[in-house]
Design a binder for this molecule. Structure first.
Ligand code: ADP
Ligand code: MG
Length: 276
């Protein structure tokens, strides 16, 4: 049984159709990447799977149960989210934010204990945020804040994490560290990862499968080599790219092309021997 099943989902904001005919499965233990242009429905899809918004038509189920029949805290034990936009949580200290990840595990009679604190600390260690524990969220940089939110999702100890552009504010060191950490948790702990990203090369390097969205529909889904092709990228992004094989791992790698950088443009001229 897949861990997440999305069946025939349509979603609209008033008169804007954000998702149409979306059907796919997230396999247990897989690392599934989602790419697509601005406005193609990626964030909406994350919110539908997390049950924050309810589709007009169709159904999402997690572990075989329709999420509309689930209590919020039961769903939160299965699914954690690192949202794209999280302006509301700024007055809290970083450690308090991470401890919020423990709340689905606390009961009427069970309060936060030493083990919850230990789990939160470990999540902060993994995301390089332990030194920020006492800082207020609104004093942190965008990248630091994002890493604290990732720690909160890890502290939730869910089976699936949904990541909405988790590396958007991260410098290259933290981008690579983050994807490596997610891959390690995925391999060693069987964590299922669903990651929206704009970085097609990182997606190709880390994802088992990639889903490409266009105007609210699934354009293509499959292994990185099947989805990341010059034709698909041109069809969906209306941009010409070069796709070749990354020399390190043979996976597809894209290079942006533009009239000033490619072919007879400045790059080859700059590289040519001086004429005089
Ligand atoms: P992405 O994350 O791929 O950039 P979104 O899922 O945020 O795309 O948006 C999909 C479409 O829905 C876009 O056309 C966007 O303008 C629209 N949309 C997103 N959020 C809202 C909202 N709260 N109200 C109205 N339209 C929205
Ligand atoms: Mg988005």
């Amino acid at each position: 049984m897949p861990i997440v099943k999305v069946a025939d989902v349509d979603f609209r904001y008033k008169n804007i159709w954000a998702l149409r005919d979306i059907s796919f499965e997230i396999r247990r233990g897989e690392f599934l990447g989602v790419i697509g242009p601005n406005g193609s429905g990626k964030t909406t899809l994350v919110r539908v799977i997390d049950g924050i918004i309810t589709p007009e038509k169709g159904e999402v189920s997690v572990s075989g149960i329709a999420i509309r029949d689930m209590k919020r805290r039961d769903l939160a034990r299965l699914v954690a989210v690192v949202p794209q936009d999280s302006a509301i949580i700024f007055p809290f200290r970083a450690l308090e934010i991470v401890m919020m990840g423990r709340s689905p595990h606390l009961g009427m009679l069970r309060f936060e204990g030493e083990s919850d604190l230990e789990i939160a600390r470990r999540a902060m260690e993994m995301t390089d945020t332990l030194s920020l524990a006492d800082r207020s969220m609104d004093s942190l940089s965008g990248g630091e804040r994002q890493r604290v939110l990732i720690a909160r999702a890890l502290a939730q100890e869910s089976e699936v994490v949904l990541l909405d552009e988790p590396t958007a504010f991260l410098d290259i060191k933290h981008q690579v560290e983050f994807f490596s950490l997610m891959k390690r948790l995925n391999r060693e702990k069987g964590l299922t990862v669903f990651a929206v990203t704009h970085d097609i090369n990182l997606a190709a390097a880390y994802c088992d499968r990639i889903m490409l969205l266009k105007e609210g529909r699934i354009h293509s889904v499959g292994a990185p080599g099947e989805v990341i092709t010059e034709l698909n990228i041109r069809e969906v992004y209306e941009t010409d790219v070069l796709v070749d094989a990354n020399p390190l791992n043979g996976l597809p790698r894209i290079t942006l092309l533009s009239s000033t950088l490619s072919g007879q443009g400045s790059r080859s001229e700059a590289g040519a021997a001086p004429q005089l």
